[in-house]
Write a protein that binds this ligand. Sequence first.
Ligand code: OSB
Ligand code: MG
Length: 374
Amino acid sequence: MKIEEITLYHVAQRLKTPFVTSFGAQQARQCLLLRLRAEGVTAWGECVATNSPGYSYETVKTAWHVLSDFLIPSILGQDIEEPDELAGYFKGVRGHPLAKATLDQALWDATAQRDGVSMATKLAAPYKEGPRSRVPVGVSVGLQASLAATVATVGEYIDKGYRRIKLKIKPGKDVAVAAAIREAFPDVALMLDANSAYTLADASLLAEMDQFNLLMIEQPLGYDDIYDHSQLRPLIQSPLCLDESIHSAEHTRYAIVMGACDIINIKPARVGGWTEARRVHDLCVEAGLGVWCGGMLETGIGRAAQLALASLPGFTLPGDISATERYYEQDVTTPFELNREDSTIDVPTGPGLGIEVDEAYIETISLQQERFNV
Ligand code: OSB
Ligand code: MG
């Protein structure tokens, strides 16, 4: 497919409630949206880099720079048949996986539309089983002002039908928070995400979490560490999950060889896109690690692509893919809804991402835009 035109949008949306983690608080969520036109097809990608470099070193500004000055020029006017060809064009750019994943997503959307199949079906092509039609999901609850507020917030999500709760923790807001939630909701599938707020010296505190029957503890140690996690793993009983540290299939291999984790949270953007995310999935399945699809507070554009990935056979654990109304009053696509009866969301079945994008609404939330033509 000849890449004829690309438009970048820097957009800002207000989250319904501030999302607070050990690395900071966010309410005005910014991201980049990218529209790609190729041979009569219009496709979309979302760059989940945000205002500040708290989770990743990438921000909306670094992603705009890397996309507009390097990645977009490298593919504009080129004939690209499949998304896995992108790696060759991007060879000259080290790092910046969130920027690269934006174009990777748009290429998966464009080529799936060309093939007349959903992105989920295209991703699932190598497997015996086709894609799942609905995927199990949970909700990620940010740090709250008090224990009472945490219990109340979690209760509201459980009432809405979510059966898996992820709680953010940080030093000083950890054991007591987990204890309060476990006491109030003895049966809910519960996990904790520290976003790298601890060190190996906190092993005994992390082992105190063993009493709460956790689904997992996510990324307790350094954001680029694999080795210390391998040292922590035998010291705790809760399954250990890596998020921030895994940027590629190679990192996945290191984690497996070192025995650094039981589970990987696959965020396709963090590993540079959906082609690489599928490789991570395959390595985990082969090694017997659990996988699930993480989230970055996506708009409907990114959410559709998360759902496509999470429909692959290895994604047996519930993902951080909540209904649109958990995040936004209004979205850039038709909203995604939770199936209350089984805490799932339907995977789109239309061609490509299978969504309708509201371009007029994107215009109203756009802070900056730029078009690139051949
Ligand atoms: O660590 O998983 C994380 C959001 C932004 C950055 C990092 C993380 C998160 C979440 C939210 O936990 C998941 C979601 O609902 O999109
Ligand atoms: Mg995380």
